[in-house]
Design a protein around this ligand. Sequence first.
Ligand code: FES
Length: 176
Amino acid sequence: MTTASSADHPTRRDFLFVATGAAAVVGAAATVWPLVAQMNPDAATIAAGAPIQVDLTPIAEGQDIKVFWRGKPIYISHRTKKQIQEAQSVPLSSLPDPQPDSARVKAGHDQWLVVIGICTHLGCIPIAHEGNYDGFFCPCHGSQYDSSGRIRQGPAPANLPVPPYAFLSDTKIQIG
Ligand code: FES
């Protein structure tokens, strides 16, 4: 006569124990998920103006990316040393909308330029890394902005606006 061990044939009590444990895990997941989901604003909330966070790690020196905040295009430029030096050395008296570069970037993070990518002439979207000033070129009527987003040439009356933003760490910003 052979006797089966409980490992081979789980008892009814084992089954209830496993089933109860599984239900507890499912219950815990169902409880946690809405809290986790709540931390990420949905598309409607973002469109309504919620702050957005941007990881700067993938943006190489000399590259620009475009993100959207409040439905507006935002350019984030990882400026080269040459671009920074040019932006800092322009005499303010030569600028149509005089503003020092230091007023347009965050102290200690001057390799990063963050501007709203809407031309201050009639609202076209300028092209990054184009034009005579290694900044932005507006294809609609030829306005040219420098690597600080300041208007240098063409009909636009003002610099590209800097949106409200803050560095959360050296590699992450929050816009809005
Ligand atoms: S809209 Fe940009 S130059 Fe006119």
